[in-house]
Ligand binder design. Structure first.
Ligand code: ATP
Ligand code: MG
Length: 349
């Protein structure tokens, strides 16, 4: 009896390359409360460039994060990112709603650089004009989804929603910044190994792209320049006292920030080539690396537009008991929060 069937409560499970975060957010008619939060870190080689290299270690970190969060229930929303993921704005002729999926399936072959039977396809309508439908096409290698689903199942959970990091970022932004609907905003999550860009306007994605670049690039540059191990370089980057003077770290940080800005420039150029003279009015940064001192100011002066740090709990209440974790993780919780806001069936067309 569907009437009595309870929709399973899902929680967000962000499996990042530097750590796992489990977040549950309660939605009481549009007012949100954090009801569970747990994190566990991962060694640098467990996930590299978005590929799970050490599944037992990742499954263990998932179990730890979930048990720290104290979430009950096993249904979760996870996300994938990286080079096996293609997100593209495409146009198809306007057809009746029930035929769109078939047309997308046929059309996708021209846009996806993988065999079409090797990918899961999804799409979202973003507008129509002159007999043409604008869609955001999403294609992800089945093997990537299955790789992440398997490790989640190993941890005893059910990945009932599989999303994309950059969309989770957008989801989080929409809830936390409901007023910002007119301007075109580039949301950029800089994680440990992958940078995810989602350009949004009026609540819709108009462009998205993942680039293999992140906090590890900084750490590696410090390690190389100072000839110290990765772990020590990582701690030095975070400003911890590990016998490395901050001044000696700065040149490596500056060099990598220049590279990062160039990567952003490539992405913006690519965006400009696909979008109708759209101007990006603002950058909103997320991900742990966004907390690098001075990075926001540097990008802002490079780009001549405001750069802000996202506040994943701007519109989500939380008990003071969570305050330390929320503040320490800061923008690194953006994707987890975006996933925590998902519910089964919420994106059905
Ligand atoms: N205060 C800080 N200053 C500078 N860098 C930081 C700070 N806090 C975290 N980082 C860096 O942020 C990165 C981790 O960010 P995040 O947790 O968003 O990544 P992730 O989700 O695990 O990785 P990915 O999304 O790339 O798979 C690491 O490189 C870490 O060193
Ligand atoms: Mg991440």
């Amino acid at each position: 009896m569907a009437f009595f069937r309870k929709t399973p409560e899902t929680f967000g499970l962000d499996i990042g390359s530097s750590g796992v975060r489990a977040v549950r957010v309660k939605d009481s008619g549009g007012s949100y409360t954090l009801s569970a939060l747990g994190m566990a870190s991962l060694p640098p080689d467990a996930i590299t460039d978005g590929t799970i290299k050490d599944a037992p270690t990742v499954a263990e970190a998932i179990r730890t994060a979930v048990s720290r969060a104290g979430v009950r229930g096993s249904d979760c929303a996870i996300a994938v990112c990286g080079r096996e993921l293609i997100i593209k704005k495409v146009q198809i002729p306007e057809v009746p709603a029930k035929e769109v999926a078939d047309v997308v399936q046929l059309e996708a072959e021209h846009h996806v650089p993988f065999a079409i039977d090797e990918v899961f396809l999804d799409f979202q309508s973003v507008g129509k004009h002159d007999g043409v439908l604008d869609l955001i096409l999403v294609a992800v290698k089945k093997s990537k989804v299955l790789e992440y689903a398997a490790v989640v199942e190993d941890a005893g959970l059910v990945p009932s929603i599989v999303d994309v990091d950059s969309f989770a970022l957008g989801n989080q932004f929409e809830v936390n910044y409901p007023g910002e609907r007119g301007e075109t905003v580039a949301l950029i999550d800089i994680g440990a190994s992958i940078m995810k860009t989602n350009v949004v306007r009026s609540g819709s994605t108009i462009f998205a792209r993942d680039i293999p670049f992140g906090g590890n690039n900084y750490t590696q540059a410090i390690a190389q320049q100072l000839k110290i191990p990765f772990e020590q370089a990582e701690a030095a980057k975070l400003g911890r006292d590990v016998g490395v003077r901050w001044e000696t770290v700065v040149p490596a940080l500056e060099a990598v920030s220049r590279e990062l800005s160039l990567e952003i420039q490539r992405t913006f150029d690519y965006f400009a080539s696909t979008a109708e003279s759209e101007r990006i009015g603002k950058i909103v940064l997320a991900g742990g690396c966004a907390q690098l001192p001075g990075l926001g100011d540097y990008l802002s002066s490079n780009w001549g537009i405001p750069v802000e740090l996202t506040k994943p709990f701007q519109r989500i209440d939380f008990d003071p008991a969570y305050a330390d974790d929320v503040h320490a993780a800061g923008p690194a919780l953006a994707v987890a929060v975006g996933l925590a806001l998902r519910r089964p069936g919420d994106k059905q067309k």
